[in-house]
Structure formats: C-alpha cells, structure tokens
Ligand binder design. Sequence first.
Ligand code: CAA
Ligand code: NAP
Length: 249
Amino acid sequence: MSCKDKLAVVTGGMGGIGTAICHRLAQEGAKVIATCHPSETDQVDAWVKSQIDNNAQVSVVAGDVSTPEGGATLMREIVEKYGPVDILVNCAGITRDTTMKKMTAEQWDAVIDTNLSSAFYVTQPIWNGMIERGFGRVINISSVNGQRGQFGQVNYSAAKAGMHGFTMALAYEGAAKGVTINTVSPGYIETAMTAAMRDDVRDAIIGGIPMRRMGQPEEIAHAVAFLADDASTYVTGANLPVNGGLFIH
Ligand code: CAA
Ligand code: NAP
C-alpha cells in the first residue's frame, strides 16, 4: 500500500484509534497532521515525541471540530501551513451513553455535533480543493452501533448511522472527480472510549463477539490505510465493517 507524499489529516488523531491511524498512514509515506481538541494541547509535545520514538513523524493542530467556526478555522490553518489536503479521516468522536428516559438535549447535541456535524464542518472547507485537483480520500469512522443500534446510545447510534448517509451521498458528488468517500465501522476496540464503560456491560458485550475479544486500534488503521491507498480508486460509498463478527449482514 502507498500514500506516498500525500497530506493526510486525522481528526481526533491523538485518541486511541486516531493514533494508530496516524502511525499507519505515516508508515505508508503520507505526511500526517493529527488534529486534537484545544483541551488536549498540554499533551501534544509528549504525544509527538511518542510518535517519533515509534518512527512516525506527525504534526498536530488544535481545533474544536464540533462547531462550524472550529472546523473552518482548523482546516484553514492546516491548508495555509501545510498545503492542500489529500486524505481526510474524520475520527473525532465522543459518547454520552444513557437511556432515552434520562437523556438530556445537551447529551444529544454534544454527540450529534461532535460525531456527525463535525464531518460536514471539516470536510466542506477542503472539498472544492479535492475536486479541483482530481484526487481525494475521505474516510469516516462510524461504528457497529450505527449499523445495528445499541441500548443506551440513541444519540451515538443516530450520529454514526448519519455518518454513513453522509458518506453515501457525498460519494456520488466525488465519483467522477477522483475523490472517494468511504466509511469504516469498527466494533468494540480497546481504547479510552471502551475503557470508560461499566465493567459488567463491557464483559457482556465481549462475550457476544464471535471472535471473543475486542479489536485493536491497529486493526482499524489497516482498513483505513486500504481505503486511503493510491490504488483504491474504485471503492467509494462503501461501509467497511471491522468488528470481529459482532454484526454480520
Ligand atoms: N437490552 C435490553 N435491556 C437492557 C439492555 C439491553 N442491551 N441493557 C440493559 N437493559 C435493561 C437492564 O436489564 C435493566 O433492566 P431492569 O431495570 O429491569 O433491571 C435496565 O435496562 C437498565 O439497565 P442498566 O442498569 O444498564 O441502566 P443504567 O441506566 O445503569 O445504564 C447505560 C445505562 C449506561 C446506557 C448502560 O446500559 C450501558 O453502558 N450500555 C452500553 C452502551 C454501550 O455499548 N456503549 C458503548 C461505548 S463505546 C462505543 O460506543 C464505541 C463503539 O462505537 C462500539
Ligand atoms: P478516543 O480515544 O476517546 O478518541 C477520540 C478523540 O476525539 C479524542 O482524542 C478526543 O479528544 C477527540 N475529540 C472529541 N471531541 C472533539 C472535538 N470536539 N474536537 C476535536 N477533537 C475531539 O476514542 P477512540 O476509541 O479512539 O474513538 C475514535 C473514533 O472511533 C470515534 O469517532 C469513535 O466514535 C469511533 N469508534 C470507536 C470505537 C471503540 O470501540 N473504541 C468503536 C467504533 C467507533 P478529547 O480526548 O480531548 O476528548
């Protein structure tokens, strides 16, 4: 596989899955920019050093992708400093799990804004550039729970299902212009997000995974690298599940 000399941007790039994606794309020859939430800036130096120690050169730009201004400012700053974006991985995400009975409008909005609207806020500013240059790879990180729903996640499942709707619609707009848009739908992956779950709930879910284990971030990064590859020219509008058999359809 190769993404040689491409500029790749990974939102949520300092998170569990984002870190593995940054590392893998750097290994494939891309120049990689991770974006982080402004609240994470105190961790940037240590994170960049850990990447260098791991043989990956990754830069970081901070910005809140959950607002239109945040997304626009972030992408403008990246383009001005590093040049046109070839590969965009929309990976930033949060959970606010609770049952419908207890869910507040704030919990609904936070998850929709961060997980779904962010894809629009971040992709839109660089979209025309991809179309004009005749090359682009947009990869949206959705979830198995966007495909099948999950108890306690009406906000998250709606956002993640919406993300693939975004992929499918935009794929039509990019198809004749050399720009592909695809979704990767991970199952349960070992990161801070799943570590925050109640132990009994997590154990019950793992018991239901046919492979009897959670996935590793590198297994998601492998799928992303495939879709980002220069040679993946004829795959667009697809949803690639990477879930250990948790949801097969
Ligand atoms: N189906 C049907 N009923 C269920 C159920 C299920 N899956 N899970 C729980 N219930 C029932 C319980 O048996 C219980 O019933 P009783 O009141 O009759 O005893 C009732 O619903 C309440 O259950 P909880 O005690 O679990 O409710 P809670 O309010 O304490 O917790 C919750 C709610 C926090 C949402 C919890 O259910 C939960 O953590 N659910 C899992 C959410 C999840 O999978 N999150 C994934 C986070 S990581 C991620 O999102 C990454 C990714 O993309 C995969
Ligand atoms: P993670 O470690 O918590 O990473 C998420 C990253 O997104 C964090 O770095 C987070 O920064 C960043 N982020 C959150 N809100 C942001 C905002 N408004 N602006 C900019 N950055 C923001 O979780 P992860 O497991 O790697 O998840 C990565 C993606 O995969 C998410 O979209 C998630 O929904 C999806 N996913 C995860 C799993 C799983 O099982 N882990 C499964 C399916 C899909 P902060 O730390 O500052 O909040």
